[in-house]
Design a protein around this ligand. Structure first.
Ligand SMILES: O=C(CO)[C@@H](O)[C@H](O)CF
Length: 538
């Protein structure tokens, strides 16, 4: 019955080429996920010898992944789908996501191979000699600090680069990675006829030709002008020569970039008219999967806490990353990462709630909003937003104190983490609106008392969502959006019938007054810590 049920369902596929696996979901016209599968690099392709899908090099800075492992993973997952009886002829369109910032270098002549694949053979046998380097730099790489300095210097400094491309220079961003390849291996660079991101590389496999880079994932390269949606010539020139022709022109993320290659029609039974919608980065795809709308904010509470923001008017800064919005080409999105996330929460739980989440919750229930003016900063590892380390506690007179009672400590941690999120989000141009929804996900989103503080600090309702496959689901939604006409049709309209997130917390009465007083104090104290931290030791 399951097979028969699957047979007649018109659907879209959503792919995710992430760090550890290739994953796919099938979503039907009612936007229900009815099929999913995955291939795990370490487990299913052990011959590549990766750990967590990557190779960390001896210098401990360089991190790469073998491109042929990604190719072979696609062969495997399509074979798995075929043997499970998946009916490819029902697929109307597909789109996908890739880990951001990584880059793939197609060797001169590869496009001819890509456009004439034999359906009798798997992809990896035919693409063996199509890449000028076999180990692709990915987002975990941090070996390009020199190239980052060159890039920032070329455009007038970090803030100038951030205004231009949405971020100051980061080691993992593609521009610096291409610059490093050109400087260290000019031969490989000159033998590359095309450079793709992981997302556009994956789209190219389905297209049977080079897929363009989309505006949203292209915003993670330090090369794309996010206002003009065009490459910055100044940034291209400082990275490598003739770079624009190797990148091709960027396209709106909802573009239909072509029909699926005949290779998939003949080998797997896809329809010849199956459309390929531009692939994008995993985080932009997750934003689509969470169906974030204008004014919303998504908080992923994990080892590190990540904020997804929807921005109408971005204010580029020296922290965070602003990307073109993947579902609305006029707007933007931003990522803000807070390194001291769940590990910090667990440490305070162990110290002040005797290792019990139950006691932790009771402490939050028994202390008042605003914590009687007590404020705390808890950064046991160097925080990146902002760059502070250590624990700093202040009483209601802004006097630094060395300790708080257990319950006060617990509320100070959680209120501090969420006030920081609101302050730094607003620094990038985010504003809470009357229609704002906060979407919470990740481990700590199972704790209602923690979510209550989140609702109080932002003065907005908190919903919990399951984001296990949000990049895949977002990609399938974007495939439906591209099918429906893309830019001419509102993404929110296309996905309005999808399952709704569940309401978990609404702000307590009086919350906005309490935090309207506390937020400026928190911000001023953060500046005080930053300035004292930077003053040379007396
Ligand atoms: O570097 C990142 C975003 O800037 C990561 O979230 C990667 O996209 C993970 F694949």
């Amino acid at each position: 019955r399951a097979l028969a049920e699957r047979a007649g369902r018109r659907c879209c596929l959503g792919w995710d080429f992430s760090t550890q696996q290739v994953k796919v979901v099938a979503v039907d016209a009612e936007l229900n996920v009815f099929y999913e599968d995955s291939v795990h690099f370490d487990r299913d392709l052990p011959e590549f010898g990766t750990q967590g899908g990557v190779h960390v090099h001896k210098d401990r800075l360089t991190v790469t992944s073998p491109v042929l492992m990604w190719v072979q993973a696609l062969d495997l997952i399509l074979e798995k789908m075929k043997s499970s009886g998946f009916d490819f002829s029902q697929v109307l369109a597909l789109s996908g996501a890739g880990q951001q910032h990584g880059s793939v270098y197609w060797k001169t002549g590869a496009s001819l191979v890509l456009s004439s694949l034999s359906p009798a053979l798997p992809l990896h046998q035919q693409l063996q000699s199509c890449f000028s380097i076999s180990d692709c730099p990915i987002w975990m790489d941090s070996s390009t600090t020199a190239q980052c300095h060159q890039l920032e210097a070329a455009v007038g400094g970090p803030q100038a680069l951030s205004c231009l491309t949405g971020s100051r220079a980061y080691e993992r961003f593609t521009g610096s990675q291409i610059a490093k390849l050109f400087q260290k291996n000019p031969e490989a660079y000159s033998h590359s006829e095309r450079i793709s991101l992981v997302s556009s590389f994956a789209a190219s496999l389905f297209l049977g030709g080079y897929s363009p880079i989309d505006y949203s994932d292209g915003s993670g390269m330090n090369l794309l002008q996010i206002q003009e949606k065009a490459w910055s010539q100044a940034c291209l020139d400082v990275c490598a020569p003739h770079l624009e022709e190797k990148l091709g022109s960027p396209v709106p993320s909802c573009s239909v970039v072509g029909a699926i290659s005949s290779y998939y029609v003949q080998r797997y039974g896809f329809l010849p008219g199956c459309k390929v919608v531009a692939f994008t980065g995993d985080n932009p795809a997750s934003l689509a999967g969470m169906r974030l709308e204008e004014g919303d904010i998504a908080v992923s509470l994990g080892t590190s806490d990540t904020l997804f923001l929807w921005l109408q008017k971005p204010m580029p800064a020296l922290e965070g990353h602003i990307f073109c919005n993947p579902v609305d080409a006029q707007h933007y999105m931003a990522l803000l990462c807070f390194k001291n996330g769940s590990l910090m929460r667990e440490k305070i739980r162990d110290e002040s709630a005797s290792c019990s989440w139950n006691k932790f919750s009771k402490a939050l229930q028994s202390t008042a909003m605003g914590n009687n003016g007590n404020l705390g900063f808890y950064f046991d590892v160097m925080e990146i937003t902002p760059e502070i380390i250590g624990r700093h506690r202040f009483n209601e007179e802004n006097m630094e104190v060395s300790a708080f009672p257990g319950d006060v400590e617990i509320r100070a941690l959680i209120e501090g983490q969420f006030m920081a999120k609101r302050i730094h989000a607003e620094g990038l141009g985010y504003r809470v609106m009357p229609k704002t929804k906060i979407l919470a996900t990740g481990g700590a989103s199972h704790n209602k008392d923690i979510l209550q503080v989140l609702a109080d600090v932002f003065g907005a309702p908190v919903y919990v969502i399951d984001t296990t496959s949000s990049a895949c689901v977002g990609s399938a939604y974007r495939a439906f959006h591209g099918l429906a006409g893309g830019t001419g049709v509102a993404f929110s309209e296309v996905v309005k019938s999808a399952p709704q997130p569940s309401l978990a917390a609404t702000p307590n009465p009086g919350a906005s007054q309490v935090y309207a007083a506390l937020l400026p104090r928190y911000s001023a104290l953060e500046q005080r810590i930053l300035s004292t931290a930077q003053r040379p030791l007396e």
